[in-house]
Every structure is written in C-alpha cells, then in structure tokens.
Design a protein around this ligand. Sequence first.
Ligand code: TXA
Ligand code: MG
Length: 323
Amino acid sequence: MTKILGIEGIPEAARLIADGQVVAFPTETVYGLGGDAFSVSAINKIYQAKGRPSDNPLIVHISKVSDVYRVSDNVPPMFFKLADIFMPGPLTMVVPKGKSVPYEITAGLESVAVRMPSHPIAARIIEESGTLIAAPSANASKHISPTSAKHVFDDLNGKIPLIIDGGDCEVGIESTVLSLVTEIPTILRPGAVTEEMLAEVIGKVKNFSGKVIASAPAPGMKYRHYAPTSPAILSESTKNTKEKYDKISSEGKSVVVLTTADKLNEYKGMNCINMGVNGAEVAHNIYSALHRGEAYDIIIVDSLKGDGIDKSVMNRIFKATAE
Ligand code: TXA
Ligand code: MG
C-alpha cells in the first residue's frame, strides 16, 4: 500500500530519494515520479514502477539555475537567456550531457533534459534531497499523465512507497521540451511555454507540428502517450460530435463529450464534461477530464481552434485520440 501525505511528508520524501527510493510529488505541470538522478538503481526503479520502455529518456529536475553545471559541462549560453525568463516554470531544455549523468537517464543519448519546477513542494524536495531528481510523469507508461494525487495512486498504488499530495496541478499538461543541441533550437514537445514566447526571447525556434509522427527527435514522442482506457475519438465540429454521439448511443454504448463551455448549449441532454472557457483552462482540466471520461465506453473530444496554448493542448488531444 502506498502512503499519501501532505506537505508534512516533504522531509520523508527527500530522505527516501536520498536513500535511492522513488517518490511521487506535485509539480506545476503534472505529478512526477522522482528518484536520485545519479543513482542507476533509483532510475531503474522509476522505469520499473511505470512499466516504461528504457529508450525514453527522463528529465532531470533542478532547484536553482546553477544546478545545470552538475549535469552538463558545456551549457549553451541560450540556456541562461531562457532560464532568466522561464525558470522556474514549465520549460525543459535539452543540453549536452555531462559525464556525471548515467546513460540510463538519457536512454543512451549524449544530451540531457533539465527543468526547474516552480511548484514549491517540488522545489523543496529537490533542495532537501541534496541531489538532483530524475522524474517522468507519475503515471503507468502510456496512460494519461496525473494531475492529482488520486490519479497517481490509481496507477501506482503498491509500486512506490509515498505520494506527496499537493492538490491539483496548475498548468495541467507537461512542460515544453526545447532542444538546445540542434542548430536552431527545436521544440520537441509543445507546452505552456509556447513557440511564440520562445521565439520572442531567442529569435528562431523550430516548432513541433502537433501530429503523432513515427520517428521524432524526442524519443518519447513516438509512443502513444496520454491514452485513456476507453477509446477516445476526435471531433472537428459540433455537427460531427452530435452525429458520432447519436451513432454510438444507438449501438447501446455509453458516451461522453469533452468540450468547452461555449458548446454546452448545443449539447443539451448529452453527457458532457466541460473543460473550460479557453485554452489555458482546457490545459488545466484536460487530463482529469480524460480520467473522468474513462467511466464511459467511448469518449468524444472536441477540437480547439486557436494558436498558442490551444496548439499545445491539441498535441495532447491528438495523442489521446490517436487510434
Ligand atoms: O512537465 C514535465 O515535464 C513532467 C514533470 C514531472 O516535470 N515530466 C514529464 O516527463 O513529462 P516525461 O518523462 O513524461 O517526459 C519527458 C519528455 C519525453 O518526451 C522525453 O523523450 C523527452 O522529455 N526527453 C527527455 N530527455 C531528452 C533528451 N535528452 N533529448 C530529447 N528529448 C528528451
Ligand atoms: Mg509522461
């Protein structure tokens, strides 16, 4: 049985991590499953608890910008330019890997991903552990990322000793991953720090297309992440949603629509989960809406049409509805 504690559990969480154990804790994006970044056995425990393929590298979490020197001997100047503005926060940067970093973290790559979470619980656990923390999202591999302690518990109960409960995650989708080891900095995973925000600071950024592609520079992007246990299908319009809904209902299956506030009127009498009024609200709610949708046979997800964070949310929706 996995223990759940509030902030009073922070010292225990830090101690467990220093001892080579793994602990789940909140960040501003999603819950992470953390272990000592310099301990191969701790890293293996992370892969094991999640059932994650070991060719998908982990992010190293730091609590101050200068920690980057502990994982890289060759930090690109652009890292500090971006860190000034976006650290702490939902931006992960990929930099050349230093010798101290085990290849188990980077899945054999010569680069390492680094992020400084802004969530005070995450920051304290990193600091008090005395080490840096490798942490993927704290879900079972290929399931939806967790944005509450309950989501973590449902996936990992019995597999890890402790979850720190910090309530719901504010951002709600994973950090933007930006590679600084490519000629032009390249977004490998879109997130709350958008391409427009990055381009404003560094001039040029290669953006991420938003499609599920077969082989991407971020090894993790080829996996079908964020998938709920009930089939989820994408809808392009309210008309399309209503047609699909009627067809599925007439087959005797239960169905729910994940949608935005403006469409609720049109869907009167249908099962709906309201994800909010704009892209930021939908980002905050998308994973818990998908978790709730698992109570139905089929989930229909409405599209967002805007730029900026809408595109980052659509990247997750494409993945959840990929099959
Ligand atoms: O918001 C987040 O980033 C959360 C919280 C817990 O910090 N963490 C997270 O970790 O989403 P994870 O393991 O689920 O996703 C890490 C992503 C994967 O797509 C992985 O392929 C990419 O980062 N990544 C890690 N190291 C990399 C590297 N050296 N080069 C390219 N991509 C890398
Ligand atoms: Mg993940």
